[in-house]
Ligand binder design. Structure first.
Ligand code: SAM
Length: 214
């Protein structure tokens, strides 16, 4: 998702209390930032934030960090946050490229990583940019707690099959997977739909999901 560049989005983001700035100085300090020792869950490529906002509302016992590369997209999430009646003290955002994620979280600081409808990067020469490549699993390996989980959803079957292979190649365990989440009794329980999930499932596309750990 890359929205048309919106004039002034960088200034709005710069002034927002919901956004953590100078994120590379925050590694090891996330519990201080939230003011508690609750688990840290992150969503990489959160888009306009529908999923992570719903999750943060449902689970006040966790802290959430939404990561998005583009200012124009993050701006939409901030507008959504502003429309909330109650503030969400357990959710913040970072505008960054997840390539640098190891600089932002200390070893083992993150309890769970969500990846939803990540960009497919269909050309082979761009495979390392996929958020479920072994390159990214190597990064997640550093920041994720020992028993932490990665959860990934997509309607893109080739990307899902690539991701199943990556889990194996990276030496991780496949805890669970399905090629049709919305018809899977246990995996669909409590499922929160993302914006893309609503769009693609309404077009009849089955949604794939995997959960991996080490
Ligand atoms: N997760 C949302 C959903 O399911 O509705 C948005 C999906 S959209 C296809 C993918 C999002 O990931 C885009 O907003 C894109 O800007 C963001 N993204 C892609 N690569 C990223 C990266 N390396 N770091 C941070 N965000 C990234």
């Amino acid at each position: 998702m890359r929205l048309r560049n919106i004039k002034g989005s960088r200034e709005v983001i710069g002034a927002s209390d919901y956004v953590v700035h100078e994120e590379e100085t925050k590694a090891g300090k996330w519990h201080e930032i939230f003011g508690n020792d609750h688990p840290i869950h992150i969503e990489v490529g959160m888009g306009k934030g529908q999923f992570i906002m719903a999750l943060a509302k449902r689970h006040p016992e966790n802290n959430y960090v939404g990561i998005e590369k583009y200012s124009s997209v993050l701006l939409r999430a901030l507008e959504k946050m502003e429309r909330e009646e109650e503030p969400l003290p357990n959710l913040v955002f970072i505008r960054m490229d997840a390539e640098n994620i190891e600089k932002v979280f200390e070893e083992g600081e993150v309890d769970r990583i969500y990846l939803n409808f990540s960009d497919p990067w269909p050309k082979d020469r761009h495979a390392k940019r996929r958020l479920t490549s072994t390159t990214f699993f190597g990064r997640y390996n550093k920041i994720l707690k020992k028993d932490g989980l990665v959860e990934f959803k997509t309607d893109n079957r080739p990307l899902f099959e690539f991701s199943l292979e990556s889990v194996k190649e990276a030496g991780w365990n496949l805890v669970a997977h399905t090629f049709d989440l919305h018809h899977h009794e246990t995996m669909n329980e409590g499922n929160i739909m993302t914006e893309y999930e609503e769009k693609f499932s309404s077009q009849g596309n089955p949604i794939c999901k995997l959960i991996a750990n080490r």
